[in-house]
Design a protein around this ligand. Structure first.
Ligand SMILES: O=C(O)c1ccccc1NCC(=O)[C@H](O)[C@H](O)COP(=O)(O)O
Length: 216
């Protein structure tokens, strides 16, 4: 059975990147959404990205970005993947793919059955899908809120591109999440933080150990 691949999102410090590399994560997320407590400037993101070893993919997370912002970030930071985490349409996803020649992962928030057709629409154009919890009313951020969605909604569902499961994952629930959804890639932020925006190397190790113990 192939290993489950892990993306940890919202790194802000060199020690976070080192902890991810040591723990064996597959993707490191750099957050360019300014209102987020996980925001990094393009200059800091570049420093962090340059610390990533071969095989640890750098993912740049943006929310409804303008071309000007994307131009600035793609120019400054050696990214491997662009993550679009706003209300981007499938047409916009295609446009961004064409403009930068980088793979695009499209995040789609799920709360009810009604959210699932959007995953199918984006699955036709994006290189990867991030199946995340939809922010609840009152949540300030479009992602990274630390809350899971009802995994039964996507049990048995598949898309024509690789996908990751996200939303409120932590060391204590990732085994059940994988078992219920069949995910082979998982993404998290809050579950490895000691406080909002501050990653914790011990929690990162614990999460990776929990994932290594999954046999689904
Ligand atoms: O994490 C943020 O601050 C954030 C802000 C704006 C858009 C997306 C954001 N995070 C996206 C991610 O990829 C998170 O890892 C994903 O939503 C899961 O987060 P969590 O539920 O905290 O594990």
């Amino acid at each position: 059975m192939q290993d489950i691949r892990v993306k940890i999102c919202g790194l802000k410090r060199p020690e976070d990147m080192r902890a991810l590399a040591q723990a064996g994560a597959a993707y490191a997320g750099l957050n360019f959404f300014e209102p987020s407590p996980r925001y990094v400037t393009p200059a800091l993101a570049r420093e962090l990205a340059l610390l990533a070893p071969e095989g640890l993919a750098k993912v740049g997370l943006l929310v409804d970005p303008s071309d000007a912002l994307l131009d600035e970030i793609v120019e400054a930071v050696p990214l491997d993947i662009i993550q679009l985490h706003g209300r981007e349409s499938p047409e916009r996803v295609e446009e961004v793919r064409g403009r930068y020649g980088l793979p695009v992962m499209k995040a789609v928030g799920v709360a009810t059955e009604a959210d699932l057709p959007l995953l199918d629409d984006h699955g036709r154009v994006a290189d990867m899908l991030l199946v995340d919890a939809k922010p609840a009313p009152g949540d300030e951020l479009p992602g990274g809120n630390g809350l899971p969605f009802d995994w039964r909604l996507i049990a048995g569902r598949r898309w024509p591109v690789p996908w990751m499961l996200a939303g409120g994952l932590h060391a204590g629930n990732v085994a059940e999440a994988v078992e219920r959804t069949g995910a082979r890639q998982v993404d998290l932020s809050s579950g490895v933080e000691r406080e909002k925006g501050v990653k914790d190397a011990g929690l990162i190790r614990a999460f990776m150990e929990a994932v290594a113990g999954v046999t689904a």
